[in-house]
Design a protein around this ligand. Structure first.
Ligand SMILES: Cc1ncc(COP(=O)(O)O)c(C=O)c1O
Length: 445
């Protein structure tokens, strides 16, 4: 793909105005200023086209402006924009709740609480798990990302900048090791380890620091997202479920990033054969409109009217978008994510044989991470290679994002074909080759 001088003149003007008006706490990896989007492609304000392998951070799973979603939004806009589902009723919210209750991977009746974002869904889950169990303590994982509001932030442990200066956070939160086999914190090897990282919670934490009968919930991302696109073993999740069952602890699956087809199944927990007690969702649920939900077993939702609510949560336009999104996903898009995801993973594994900096290639469906290293033996992290790759890919027309310290994540819209996957992977390999040469001094022919 052709190279261009970026940012272009129009983008430059917008970026300056942004700097003069918008909080500096946002994290922009490169100067992409969007004008419009269609399917897997986006255009900037200077007319440059890019292939979007970020999906607006895991949101536009049906592609940018999917016609069925746009049509559903337009139809709802003509009817009404808002009435607050907290105080009144409207069919589109009830229909969506009904649909979510049908598709969540929980085998007993569930109920839905609507929110506007992932962090709000996590806040709702924190409150419900405490309310339902009357226990104070919460366990989360190292490298976890659950959002940046105070409760969610207390569970987040992926980057210190997210926490610095904001203490005190929620008390009664403990972080334990995730099933991160490529860099096992216990220096063991799966499967011989027999998921010792889970046994440690019981044998160490519960014996020395945290009484298990005081633990309300364990919050887990089925695939760790911001922390580095880490896929734990199936057995790890099953051991976690068994641990929760032994002590009456709730298992909360944070599917904000993994939900709605991203991993090749509607919800990532389906890969593990494990039912959570509570699921938090947002991002992909409404193809880009702000909406989230916390879905829990009905028997847990004992909180009374007034105990938790939100003016905008379950906005009718967002609910209409979500219903259309789920329809599109169920009509072949989730299956497409599984098929094209497997294809991309295979292509990347072939590429790994040619590129020594590709330390680990992992993923489920179209949630794929490549961990870049200085050398495969020592697994020394190479954030400078990762940052180079992301920057140069942008210049060559491919939008990528990082995760963790040294991971490139691939989260394209779930509607992509193998040909579109190849288009993105070709740019990735080209810039990776450049980075290996420029940053690591490797010369590959
Ligand atoms: C797993 C997970 N939970 C929660 C959140 C927070 O979502 P939001 O940014 O919508 O508050 C994110 C966002 O990246 C996430 O990946």
């Amino acid at each position: 793909m052709e190279e261009r001088m970026l940012p272009g003149p129009n983008a430059e003007v917008w970026i300056q105005r942004d700097g003069a008006n918008i909080s500096p706490s946002y994290t922009r990896a490169y100067p992409f200023v969007m004008a419009r989007g269609e399917g897997a492609y986006v255009w900037d304000v200077d007319g440059n086209r890019y292939l979007d392998f970020t999906s607006g951070i895991g949101v536009t799973n049906t592609g940018h402006c999917h016609p069925e979603v746009v049509e559903a939004i337009k139809a709802q806009v003509d009817r009404f924009l808002h009435m607050s589902g907290t105080d009144f009723y409207y069919p589109v919210q009830i229909e969506l709740a009904d649909t979510l209750n049908r598709i969540v991977p929980i085998g007993e009746p569930t109920l839905v609480f609507f929110t506007n974002s992932g962090a709000e869904s996590v806040e709702a889950a924190i409150k419900l798990s405490r309310y339902a169990t009357r226990r104070p303590h919460i366990i989360a994982f190292r490298n976890a990302f659950h959002g940046r509001t105070m409760g969610a932030l207390s569970l987040t442990a992926s980057k210190v900048v997210q926490r610095r200066g904001f203490a005190p956070l929620l008390p009664e939160v403990t972080h334990v090791d995730y099933g991160y086999c490529y860099r096992c914190p216990l220096h063991l090897t799966y499967p011989e380890c027999r998921v010792a990282c889970v046994s440690c919670i019981e044998e160490d934490l519960f014996r020395t620091q945290v009484p298990p009968e005081e633990v309300a919930a364990i919050f887990v991302e089925p695939v760790q997202g911001e922390g580095g696109y880490i896929v734990p073993p199936r057995e790890w999740m099953q051991a976690l479920r068994a641990l929760c069952d032994r002590y009456g602890i709730l298992l909360v699956a944070d599917e904000v990033q993994t939900g709605f087809g991203r991993t090749g199944k509607m919800f990532a927990m389906e890969h593990f054969g494990v039912e959570p007690d509570i699921i938090t969702v947002a991002k992909g649920i409404a193809s880009g409109l702000p909406l989230g939900a916390m879905i829990a077993r009905r028997r847990l939702m004992t909180w009374p009217p007034g105990s938790h609510a939100s003016t905008f949560g379950g906005n009718p336009v967002a609910c209409a978008a979500a219903l259309a999104t789920i329809r599109v996903l169920e009509n072949g898009v989730v299956d497409n994510a599984a098929r094209v995801g497997a294809y991309m993973l295979e292509r990347l594994r072939e590429m790994q044989a040619r590129h020594p900096s590709m330390g680990d290639v992992r993923g489920l469906g179209l949630m794929i991470g490549v961990e870049l290293v200085r050398d495969r033996e020592q697994k020394t992290r190479a954030p400078e290679v990762r940052d180079w790759v992301i920057q140069r890919a942008f210049e060559k027309g491919l939008l990528l994002l990082g995760a963790g310290v040294n991971v490139v994540r691939f989260i394209p819209p779930l509607i992509i074909t193998e040909a579109i996957a190849d288009e993105g992977l070709a740019i990735f390999e080209e810039v990776l080759t450049e980075a290996e040469k420029a940053v690591l001094g490797l010369s590959l022919t």
